[in-house]
Ligand binder design. Structure first.
Ligand code: C5P
Ligand code: MG
Length: 203
């Protein structure tokens, strides 16, 4: 079960910095293969009978993974889970981990794997779907190992949207991506220039 550690590592470490110097953007697909039966977490993901079909979707901001996930959902009936979105939802719900998650994200760090994996697992278990796209996960090798340990499941497919940094920056700037973590006033300082420019042009 552990032999794919090596094959997935370069993908995970391909965060923004290593997108540099990429000649063309493309996506890559790894079909997972294993002859091992993962150790099943009791009453976990396998308790509903049929094992879920799990896809990890990786790629930087602006790589198009969110857009393509929506298309996969429409065409193939997958349930889309975004790790970042689940973490933000947890912050908004004022749960016991909310403050810790907020601080971790604000510092630009990775939330402890156990917390993220449990959020993903809860979401999968409460879904009627048996096909999942897990977007923005794993971010680290430790994330991936924790997923296998906690859920007892492995990804059936890993899709990596490999996009050169220059292209991602262009797309993200077009999108006015606002970092929505912070105080109301901090966030408004990012929102203000977006509108200020428009009002100036219109007046
Ligand atoms: O993927 P997204 O940009 O929405 O993630 C927002 C933040 O959530 C990340 O910058 C990181 O701090 C946190 N995160 C994490 N572990 C993940 C995914 C996201 O800690 N697997
Ligand atoms: Mg996203």
């Amino acid at each position: 079960m552990w032999r794919r550690v090596a094959s997935l590592s370069p993908l995970i470490s391909s965060s923004i910095s290593s997108y540099l110097n990429q000649a063309a953007y493309k996506f890559k697909i790894w079909e997972s293969f294993t002859t091992d039966i993962p150790t099943q977490a009791k009453g976990g993901l396998f308790s509903k009978g049929k094992a879920p079909f799990i896809t990890f979707v990786l790629g930087g901001p602006g790589s198009g993974k969110g857009t393509q996930c929506a298309k996969i959902v429409n065409n193939f009936g997958f349930k889309h889970l975004s790790a970042g979105e689940l973490l933000r939802r947890e912050i908004a719900s004022n749960s016991e981990y909310g403050a810790m998650i907020l601080n971790t994200i604000k510092e630009g760090k990775i939330v402890p794997s156990e917390v993220t994996v449990k959020l993903i697992q809860k979401e999968m278990e409460s879904s009627d779907s048996r096909r999942f796209l897990i977007d923005g996960f794993p971010r680290t090798e430790e994330n991936r190992i924790a997923f296998e340990k906690i859920t007892g499941a492995e990804p059936d497919l890993v899709i990596f949207f490999d996009c050169p940094q220059e292209e991602m920056v262009k797309r993200v700037l077009n999108r006015n991506e606002i970092n929505a973590v912070g105080t109301v006033d901090e966030i408004f300082e990012q929102v203000r220039p977006v509108f200020a420019g428009k009002v100036f042009l219109a007046s």
